[in-house]
Design a protein around this ligand. Structure first.
Ligand code: NAI
Length: 278
């Protein structure tokens, strides 16, 4: 008997990194998985990986910053598998390292739209289904930058602090209805965001087309800015466990929070960070 046998899970940002690991973990533990991502090719790759471990997955294209797109994602889950039990609202993007006074309005809007509005839109679509069932568990992906400030990451940090607050509020509102809402705050994790490959403030086509060139430029720019920075980026580097996390270590925490092992846990953001926030 697996922990998630007969359950249906939706994972946003499941085409890559933490979301992919989470989709695989849900499938390995018995859940049907709706793999949702703005990037279709990598999302479909995740579906193939889920099928390789014997799971059942369905891909849906979603832009989490667009409420109607998110509503469609939840409809697909319900139409395909008959309900929605677990949700990992995880899609997110990172920005270049710039001081607050240098953030452009367009970059601010795009980042907040994906990282904060996206989590709200997901919960807005998921909660009515779970409330009607009288059960469900949601995990949002925040960040260490949602717990402490990080020089150069003003919009990102603001968005992730927002996710922490939204998680608490949604948890309080739904606690008596059998629906739990928590978050994880990952420390640095080996994914495209960390390598500079993904997570720019772009749309689906830019993610697909500009990857290679942008990677080189972004890495160089981050390296130069970090070297020159007179703001404190040390929180990014000081991990007591002296290593970066694997995405599977985030998926383990998500699975715990979604499972009955966490049946009395709601409203909390769990740092999964090698001791960084301790
Ligand atoms: P990633 O870049 O590997 O994966 C992000 C996924 O989200 C990609 O598949 C991308 O296509 C998708 N995505 C981007 N914009 C989207 C949109 N508008 N709608 C739907 N999907 C979209 O990065 P990673 O690291 O797996 O990121 C997952 C989450 O973890 C993000 O919320 C990120 O902020 C958070 N996080 C990551 C950390 C790290 O060190 N990797 C540390 C702390 C938090």
């Amino acid at each position: 008997m697996n922990r998630f046998d007969g359950k249906t899970a939706v994972v946003t940002g499941a085409g890559s990194g933490i979301g992919r690991a989470s989709a695989l973990r849900f499938a390995e533990e018995g859940a049907n998985v709706v793999v949702a991502d703005v990037a279709e090719e990598s999302g479909r790759e995740t579906v193939e990986l889920v099928e390789e471990v014997g799971g059942d997955a369905t891909f849906v294209t979603v832009d989490v910053s667009d409420l109607s797109s998110v509503e469609r994602m939840v409809e697909v889950a319900v139409e395909t598998y008959g309900g929605l039990d677990l949700a990992h609202n995880n899609a997110g993007i990172l920005t270049d390292f710039v001081e607050v006074s240098d953030i452009t309005e367009a970059d601010w809007d795009r980042l907040l739209d994906v990282n904060l509005k996206g989590v709200w839109a997901c919960m807005k679509a998921e909660l009515p289904v779970m409330n009607e069932q009288g059960s469900g568990a949601i995990v949002n992906t925040a960040s260490e930058a949602g717990l402490v400030g990080m020089g150069g990451l003003g919009s990102y940090s603001a968005s992730k602090h927002g996710v922490v607050g939204l998680t608490k509020t949604a948890a309080l509102e739904n606690a008596s209805r059998g629906v739990r809402v928590n978050a994880i705050a990952p420390g640095p994790t080996k994914t495209n965001i960390q390598s500079g490959l993904g997570g720019g403030p772009g749309d689906a086509s830019s993610i697909a087309l500009l990857d290679r060139l942008r990677t080189a430029v972004r890495l160089l720019r981050i390296a130069v800015r970090t070297l020159r920075a007179d703001f404190d980026t040390s929180a990014m580097r000081d991990v007591p466990m002296d290593r970066i996390a694997d995405p599977e270590e985030m998926a383990g925490a998500v699975a715990f929070l979604c499972s009955d092992d966490a049946s009395y846990v709601t409203g909390h953001t769990i740092p999964v960070d090698g001791g960084q926030a301790a």
